[in-house]
Design a protein around this ligand. Structure first.
Ligand SMILES: [Cu+2]
Length: 176
């Protein structure tokens, strides 16, 4: 999607600037902000990030926008960021229109998910820079894997977990 848009922009610029498009392409471009929406489609029983897959440049920022007043967060998997890079974990976005941003300063593949809805497949990938996916895999330490496991158990052991929309609730609703 981003590439298609860029082609459109270059085509538009070329109308005004024949011959200098090549020069412009070689100049460092200003960091851009990309928007990802956390979609809560209760009727269709779907929670997802849109777009799920994003290609950006090093130094760009991604801003996640919560579409509805349903809680979501964004956190990278223990092996979901490049060697030498850093993972991320946002606070929970609770209100409609609430946002959280992260700037990606290191090239690589970043895989993340929403903790409450990971079992619904609410996840996304950010490709930063020109990096082959398989070349950037990071191997987390045993401690990091255990810390992640503890984090998941901690969340799913919460007493107020019923406050979150879950498949079981939707099934109950539709079977009435
Ligand atoms: Cu979510």
């Amino acid at each position: 999607m981003t590439r298609t848009r860029n082609v459109g922009i270059v085509a538009a610029l070329s109308v005004f600037c024949f011959g200098c498009v090549g020069d412009m392409a070689q100049e460092a471009r200003a960091p851009q902000e990309h928007i990802v929406t956390a979609v809560s489609d209760i009727d269709e029983m779907r929670m997802y990030f849109e777009p799920r897959r994003l290609e950006i440049a090093v130094g760009d920022t991604v801003t996640w926008v919560n579409e509805e007043a349903i809680e979501h967060n964004m956190m990278s998997y223990p092996d979901g960021y490049p060697e030498g890079g850093e993972g991320f974990e946002s606070p929970f976005l609770e209100k409609a229109g609430e946002t959280w941003s992260h700037t990606f300063d290191q090239a690589g593949v970043y895989e993340y998910h929403c903790l409450p809805h990971m079992i619904m497949g609410m996840r996304g990938t950010v490709f930063v820079g020109d990096t082959p996916e398989e070349a950037t895999r990071r191997k987390p330490s045993r401690d990091q894997v255990w810390a992640y496991r503890e984090r998941l158990l901690e969340y799913f052991a919460q007493e107020d977990i019923d406050a979150f929309p879950r498949a079981s609730q939707v099934f109950t609703k539709t079977s009435n």
